[in-house]
Structures are given as C-alpha cells and as structure tokens.
Design a protein around this ligand. Structure first.
Ligand SMILES: [Zn+2]
Length: 287
C-alpha cells in the first residue's frame, strides 16, 4: 500500500519520470508459443480414464500421465478451485506461479503453460481449452484463472481473525489430499503445497491502491478449464471454502459446490509432441 501522504516531496521532474512508458518484462515473442492445432486434434476419439469429484471445502489429488489431458469442470453451482501440480517422479518439481505470471501475465487462458520450479523450469501442463475465455478483462480490471493469489490458508486467517482456527482453507485441504495420495504424513506433505492457479476465480488489483480483489466468479455448471499434461503429473485441487468468492474465505459461510476432474487418454499423442526436457541451464552459477 502506498502512503496517502508521502513523506518525501516529488522531484521537479516527477511528471516526466512517471510518464515513461512501460516495457514488457518477458516479451511473448521470446517464448515459443505452442501450436495448439495438434493438441486439439489429439482430443478426437479420446477415452475418459478416470474421474475425481472434489467435495465442497475439501481437496483431492489425481494422477495424470504425460500425454493425457485433464479437465476441471464446474458442477452443481459456481465454485472456484485452487490447483497445485507436482511432477509425479519428484514432488520437488512443482508449479511455479510467480514465474508463470511473469511469462504469461496475471491470468491464464488457452495456449498458456504452467511452468515448474527451479532448476527444472519447464512446461508441466498446457491449457488447451477455456470456456471462460470470453470474459477477458472486466471494467474493474478483473479476470479469471489468476496466478496472483496464493491460496487461502489457516495462518493468514489466524493473523487476521485474532487467533481464529479454521481447518478447511485450501492450504489445509491440499495438505490432507497430498498426504492421502502419497502416504506422506501431514507434516511431510505440507511443505510441498505451493502457490496455486486459481481456477475460475475472478480477481484483479484495484486501480487506485493496487489492492488484490476478488468478485463473484462468472463460472457456471458446464464450464471447464482443460489441460494437456506435458510430464507425468500429480494434481491437487481444492474446492475453496470461498465458494464463488463473492464474499469471504476461511469460514463455512459461503455457498460451496463440488468440482469434477476428468482425465482423458488420447488415441495418440499430439503430432510432433515430445516431453519437455528439464531446463538447459548448466547449474554452475559461475563457479
Ligand atoms: Zn481457498
């Protein structure tokens, strides 16, 4: 938050400094955009191989082999989901929300990738369909599927609620789900939970103060976000206790609904597709 009354006077050339045009940090021309046509063609004749229903205010983990697709679907009513991804072979390789934001912007849609952490930094999944792509940005600067929020968690809730204890924040839901899926203890699983892709959530920053805001998600039953697994994945999805995020998190007050995950096996992988190699940096850091 910036001060209402700054402690330092503006310099004489303040207007000129503020008038400098921004430069895009990571121009998209520098990032190879996936050719979506082979991905979309590979969906023809695919087979539904598994489903997981994520109950309201709970999370579930699911496995997606490399070369398969998965969909997150709205069912019953408007609901947002907090998505974590891990490499099935090594939980230390996990979705890197901050770098994905730097590469693709604050909100993801079709053609964007979910990138993994250092030192692998490679695409874990490619978004191949988004039924909310019509939303774009609204008049408040809001949009859907953000990589700016973190995940609702019991620690922040405790800070902001004078010691409150709430156990169905997405962070705790994902911790329990990962423990159940892997056999790890809760204490072992918790450090693997990470910043999420906020599926279906509608968010932005206020224009005047830059505060993170949320508003009722435009998602309706039947909407989906679809991904192609570039590597063997474990996904974790929490049906956030915020419901459609029109009011509050971290309580059982909001109306909540389940989310459905479907995994599909294509007849053949997309033409020309190869599993992304780990990042090419040599790791020497100059020594
Ligand atoms: Zn949440």
């Amino acid at each position: 938050m910036k001060l209402d009354h700054p402690a330092h006077a503006a310099p004489a050339d303040a207007a000129a400094r503020k008038a400098i045009a921004p430069v895009i940090c990571y121009p998209v021309e520098g990032l190879p955009r996936p050719d979506l046509a082979p991905y979309l063609a590979a969906r023809e004749g695919w087979t539904l191989v598994s489903e997981a229903l994520v109950p309201a205010r709970e999370a579930r983990c699911f496995s997606v082999p490399a070369g398969h697709f998965f969909r997150i679907l709205s069912v019953e009513g408007p609901q947002v989901g907090d998505l974590n991804l891990w490499a099935a072979s090594d939980l230390r390789e996990r979705f890197y929300s901050g770098k994905t934001r730097a590469l693709h912007g604050t909100h993801l849609s079709t053609g964007d990738r979910m990138w993994s952490s250092f030192p692998t930094l490679r695409p874990m999944a490619t978004i191949t369909d988004d039924t909310l792509d019509w939303y774009g940005f609204d008049a408040f600067g809001g949009s859907v599927h953000d990589v700016i929020g973190t995940r609702c968690d019991p620690y922040t809730h405790n800070l902001l609620s004078d010691g409150g204890q709430y156990h169905h924040c997405c962070h705790s839901n994902l911790t329990r789900a990962l423990a159940d899926h892997t056999g790890l203890s809760l204490a072992e699983a918790e450090p693997h939970v990470h910043d999420v892709l906020n599926v279906f959530m509608c968010t932005g920053f206020t224009r005047d103060a830059g505060q993170y805001f949320m508003k009722a998600s435009p998602v309706r039953p039947g909407d989906h976000l679809e991904f192609f697994a570039e590597i063997d994945l474990i996904g974790g999805l929490s049906a956030c206790p915020g419901g459609d995020c029109s009011s509050e998190h971290s309580s059982d007050m909001a109306a909540c609904h389940p989310l459905l995950v479907q995994v599909f096996r294509p007849v053949a992988p997309p033409a020309g597709w190869v599993m992304p190699a780990v990042n090419g940096y040599d790791g020497s850091h100059g020594r």
